[in-house]
Design a protein around this ligand. Structure first.
Ligand code: HEC
Length: 151
């Protein structure tokens, strides 16, 4: 009687079969991962990155201003460059959202935001409570449009 363990009917050790399955499983996993990345890229490529880019840049500068307030850094030189970039990006909103440009409520929200930023830039806040007040107003403008238009 053959008492050697791990033998298949062909006489080969069954460990081979196990490692073959493991190998196939890993190949499948790798192919699946590559296919997923390719599919996600393809889906992404169909989307215009411009609108989200405008929003993300504005968000970064708004976030920087919030951080300034938290760190009590509210000199004009800390604040004004961010407000200026926000104001410039706000010019791009209608251009970036081509299909919404014609909607008067959308354009209204965008011009409200520009008006707040113009106000803040015409008499720049020189202390943190002033920056905070400006942030509150600008943040309310962002929120108003998002409530109406962000799906
Ligand atoms: C006039 C309308 C409008 C204004 C004003 C506006 N947004 Fe948006 N925002 C949108 C819309 C519409 C979307 C959804 C875009 C999408 O998913 O394609 C959006 C999406 C975003 C996103 C998500 C972007 C992403 O990558 O999915 C962020 C962050 C954002 N806005 C930040 C801001 C900030 C900060 C402000 C104010 C300084 C602001 N937005 C003002 C309309 C506006």
């Amino acid at each position: 009687m053959n008492t050697t363990p791990n033998q298949t009917p062909t006489g080969k050790p069954s460990g081979n079969a196990a490692s073959r399955y493991l190998f196939l499983f890993l190949v499948g996993l790798a192919v699946g991962a590559v296919a997923t990345v390719m599919a996600m890229r393809a889906l992404d490529a169909r989307k215009d990155p411009y609108p989200e880019a405008v929003m993300n840049v504005m968000s970064a500068h708004l976030g920087a201003l919030y951080k300034n307030v938290e760190g009590n850094r509210c000199a004009a030189t800390d604040t004004i460059p961010h407000l200026q970039t926000l104001r410039t990006m706000a010019n791009d909103i209608e251009h970036a959202f081509g299909d919404l440009r014609e909607d008067s409520r959308f354009a209204g929200h965008a011009s409200d935001l520009r008006a707040s930023l113009d106000g803040a830039l015409s008499s720049p806040p020189l202390a943190c409570n002033g920056v905070e007040a400006a942030l509150k107003q600008v943040g309310a403008n962002c929120k108003a449009c998002h409530q109406d238009f962000r799906g």
